[in-house]
Design a protein around this ligand. Structure first.
Ligand code: FE2
Length: 316
């Protein structure tokens, strides 16, 4: 070993002792040319999940579990929680007569109802029924509880920005001191509730894009971090979205189809969840009856930070 390399080794050892690294001598790169493939595209099938939720419904009651839900973790190595980098998605079921106690937390949340009627959510004292195809918002620090007053098991999907809160650390959580809000106002319409019928009407009024695909962004009520887009794909239509820096989770509201990514074709159907990390190139193809998808992404956050880019926008 030359005198110089021995001296360098001693220099690097002195860095490590002080919890430092030389910018020219990193064990891992700190900057790279474009978003890397990290989290993986993945599909969870509702047909696989539902029997497990039903079994959990027999074994776990709402006294034991404040929420009876199953979170979907991305199969990327080392991860046991996040569906994509900033978002976690979960399936939840509430049985007739059950009450999911009120709580609040800094993570933003939303729900997409899959099956069942007669279940109500109370968000900051506003009580709205959760009907199939509806999307309901629970913003940062809003009290929320759920109660099934009907005859059907109610199944829905939750989406939260909890992994983002984990990264940035501003986590606060509180159970309601009384378990439920005292003042409750029943409403059929509320800004935080996007009804299936209204979504259908808004999509019908949207200008068709290539292949007849229609897209809307839900609003004006919104969450501070997450963008909610709904896409209608006509029968057989293929949508190949631009590469984008947003991380997304799709949920299948109706119909079926296929995801083409990484050279493979994977099918999806009603109630399925598709994880689509940032900067992937992929296509969604609707089946014979067409399909409606909810796309939950962190585009809203990335736009605020001026980090939202698409592949086509890279030239400037
Ligand atoms: Fe919650």
């Amino acid at each position: 070993m030359s005198g110089t390399s021995k001296a360098l080794e001693e220099l690097y050892a002195s860095f490590t002792q002080l919890n430092m690294e030389g910018g020219w001598h990193r064990r891992f790169p700190a900057l790279w040319a474009q978003p890397r493939d990290n989290f993986l595209p993945h599909i969870w099938h509702y047909a696989d999940v539902k029997p497990i939720l039903d079994r959990a419904g027999e074994l776990i009651d709402t006294e034991l579990a404040e929420r009876r839900n199953l979170t979907m973790f991305n199969p990327v190595e080392g991860n046991i929680y996040s569906t994509v980098r900033t978002i976690v998605a979960a399936y939840q079921m509430v049985k007739p007569g059950e009450f999911a106690r009120a709580h609040r937390h800094t993570p933003n949340a939303l729900r997409l109802i899959l099956e069942g009627t007669g279940t109500y959510t109370v968000v900051n004292g506003k009580q709205v029924e959760m009907r199939p195809g509806d999307v309901l918002l629970t913003p940062n620090w809003a009290w929320h509880s759920h109660e099934n007053q009907g005859q059907d098991d109610c199944y829905w999907m939750d989406f939260l920005d909890v992994p983002l809160v984990h990264l940035l650390e501003p986590m606060f959580y509180q159970p309601h001191p009384d378990g439920r809000e005292a003042e409750v106002e029943p409403l059929d319409e509320a800004p935080i509730a996007f009804r299936d019928e209204q979504i259908t009407a808004d999509l019908a009024a949207a200008r068709p894009e290539a292949a007849g695909v229609r897209q809307i962004t839900l609003g004006p009520a919104s969450l501070a971090t997450l963008a909610l887009d709904v896409l209608d794909l006509p029968p057989g239509a293929t949508l190949a979205p631009a590469q984008e820096t947003a991380n997304a989770v799709y949920a299948v509201i109706r119909g079926d189809g296929a995801l083409m990514v990484d050279g493979a074709r994977r099918s999806w159907a009603f109630g399925d969840t598709v994880a689509m990390p940032a900067w992937r190139q992929y296509a969604l193809e609707a089946g014979a009856e067409g399909a409606r998808l909810l796309k939950v992404s962190d585009r809203t956050l990335l736009e605020k930070l001026d980090w939202y880019r698409t592949g086509a926008g890279l030239a400037d």
